[in-house]
Design a protein around this ligand. Structure first.
Ligand code: ZN
Length: 260
């Protein structure tokens, strides 16, 4: 972009000098006014041509930009793979002794009991909306809402970005993982426990502190999910080692609690 700007400035200076020169010449009657205007016009066309050519040459850069999930057409997604403890080789952080106390500590006990307390924390900006971004999509959230604490949101976005950075193969660059659950109030947590009694924490789930999300699928834009799965596994492990997230298995997904 810088080189285009420099070229534009140079062409503008030359254009200005040319115009002054032609005006002087026209006053001196060494050239007709019509010809002067024609010269300036042709020079303008030439400049636009040069600049458009330079901008066009930048297109490969633009194409390389990694698309966010919203911009990916359904036809470009070729495969859906489950993200579970058996499909990814990850290190488990103990749920009762690590995930739950960390969620409480990191939020100063900001517990989302019901809809009213969720609204309260959103108003106070302790919970912020989360939208699909680079590297991840959000599924239909039946028992949760797309809100997280600012830190947890930052980590989710970071995870998506690092996941995409990790993928080198151009075809695979449109792969993304899907987040299935985000923030649940205790009321929603109870509802989900009534429905799936074997697959949930009844009380004080990290999801009820706004610092947890579940990853349940990976959508690959290539023939299989191998590259995407490896990338996801690597970034999850890296961020876990960096002390940013805690991981543990859930029945059909990977549970992530943000811890720093
Ligand atoms: Zn979970």
């Amino acid at each position: 972009m810088k080189i285009i700007l420099i070229t534009f400035c140079l062409l503008a200076i030359i254009g200005f000098a040319l115009s002054v020169f032609l005006v002087i010449w026209a006053f001196a009657k060494k050239i007709t006014w019509v010809k002067s205007i024609l010269f300036v016009f042709l020079y303008g066309v030439l400049c636009i041509g040069i600049l458009l050519f330079m901008i066009d040459r930048r297109k490969p850069d633009l194409v390389k930009r990694i698309p966010i999930v919203r911009t990916i057409k359904k036809s470009e997604s070729k495969r859906n793979c489950d993200c579970t403890w058996s499909s990814l080789a990850l290190q488990k952080d103990d749920y009762p002794t690590k995930h739950k106390p960390t969620a409480k500590r990191i939020t100063n006990g900001m517990y989302i009991k019901n809809e009213a307390s969720r609204v309260k924390w959103i108003r106070r900006r302790r919970l912020v909306p989360v939208d699909e971004a680079e590297g991840f999509g959000i599924s239909n959230l039946d028992y949760s809402s797309a809100h997280l604490t600012p830190l947890a949101k930052k980590r989710l976005y970071e995870l998506g970005e690092r996941f995409r950075e990790r993928i080198q193969k151009p075809n695979e660059k449109k792969s993304y993982f899907i987040v299935s659950s985000i923030t649940r109030s205790q009321v929603q947590q109870t509802q989900i426990c009534d429905r799936y009694p074997n697959a949930c924490t009844r009380d004080h789930s990290p999801h009820s502190y706004g610092v947890a999300f579940d990853i349940y699928k990976l959508t690959s834009s290539d023939k299989n999910c191998n590259i995407g799965m490896n990338a996801l596994q690597e970034v999850l492990t890296q961020m876990q080692r960096e002390g940013k997230i805690l991981l543990c298995p859930e029945s059909k997904c990977i549970h992530v609690t943000v811890c720093g």
